[in-house]
Design a protein around this ligand. Sequence first.
Ligand SMILES: C[S@@+](CC[C@H](N)C(=O)[O-])C[C@H]1O[C@@H](n2cnc3c(N)ncnc32)[C@H](O)[C@@H]1O
Length: 279
Amino acid sequence: MNQFGGNWTEQKIEMVVSYAKAYLIIMNKYPQFKSLYFDGFAGSGDINQNDETDIDAIKGTAIRILEINDPKSFDRYYFVEKDEKNKSELENTIKQNFPNKLFHVVAEDCNVKLESMATFLTKNPSYRTLAFIDPYGMSVDWKSIQGLRNLGVDLWILVPTGMGINRLLKNDGKISDAWLGKLERFLGLDKEYILNHFYKEKKNLTLFGEETFLEKEQNAIEKSGALYKERLKTVFKFVSESFVMKNSTNSIMYHFMMATNNATALKIANDVIKPKYKN
Ligand SMILES: C[S@@+](CC[C@H](N)C(=O)[O-])C[C@H]1O[C@@H](n2cnc3c(N)ncnc32)[C@H](O)[C@@H]1O
C-alpha cells in the first residue's frame, strides 16, 4: 500500500480518470487506432491517505483506469513501478480483478520505460497513448520527455515545482554542482540558462568597492511552472493550463498539466482542469 496524501491526490485521480473516459469515447470512434495506457509511477494499486487522525485507503489511479469499460477499455495497459513490493501488489490485484485485460507491470525506472515506449510507438504508429507521469520528486529526465516528440501521446505530468525545483534553487544562488546537474537533467537546460532565468545579478557598493551577488526571483515557483510548460511546448504542439497544488500553508507544491499534439485533447484537458482550478 502506498502512503501519501492531501486531497489533491484525489483531485489528480479524478482529473486523469475523467480525461481517460473522454479519451476512450473518442477512441471508440476510431477503431483503426489501438489505445495504450502508460503509467510511469503506478504505485501499488491503492493509496493510504494518512491525514494524521484518520487513515483512509482509496483506489489508486491504475485501478480506476482499469475499471473503465464504457464505451471501451484501453486495448493495453503498461504499468511501471520501481519498487518490487508495490509492483507485485499491483500485479496481483490486476490479475485477480481484471483477468481479461491485456496488461504488463514492470519493476523499472520510468525513464527507461519512457524510452522503450517511444521506440515501440515509432514502430507501431497505429497506437495512441494516454500517459500518466506521477512522481514524488524530480525523477523524470528531460531527455525521456524529449523522446516523445511527434508521437501519438497525450501526457499528464505532475511537475514538482515547489517540492523539487524551488528547493534546489537556493536563495543566495550558491547551488552545488550536484544540484545544478539535477536541475539541468530535469529541465534539459544548461546551468547558465537556469541561473539567468531564476536570479538577477545585483551590485553592492562596499568599503572595498563594488561586490556582485545573486538575488533569487520572488516568484520562482510560478516561474518554474511556466518554464516547464515552455519546455513541453518544444516537444508537443499544445500544453494545458496547470492545476496548481498547494499545501496547508498555501505554498505551491506541484503544477499538474497535460501535453498533446491534438487540439481536441487540449480542450478536454482544460475543461477537466478548469472546474478544479476555480475551487
Ligand atoms: C506518487 S506514487 C504513485 C501513485 C499512483 N500514480 C496513483 O495515483 O495511484 C509514486 C510511485 O512511484 C514509484 N517510483 C518512484 N521512483 C520511480 C521511478 N524512477 N520509476 C518508476 N516508479 C518509481 C514509487 O515506488 C511510488 O509507488
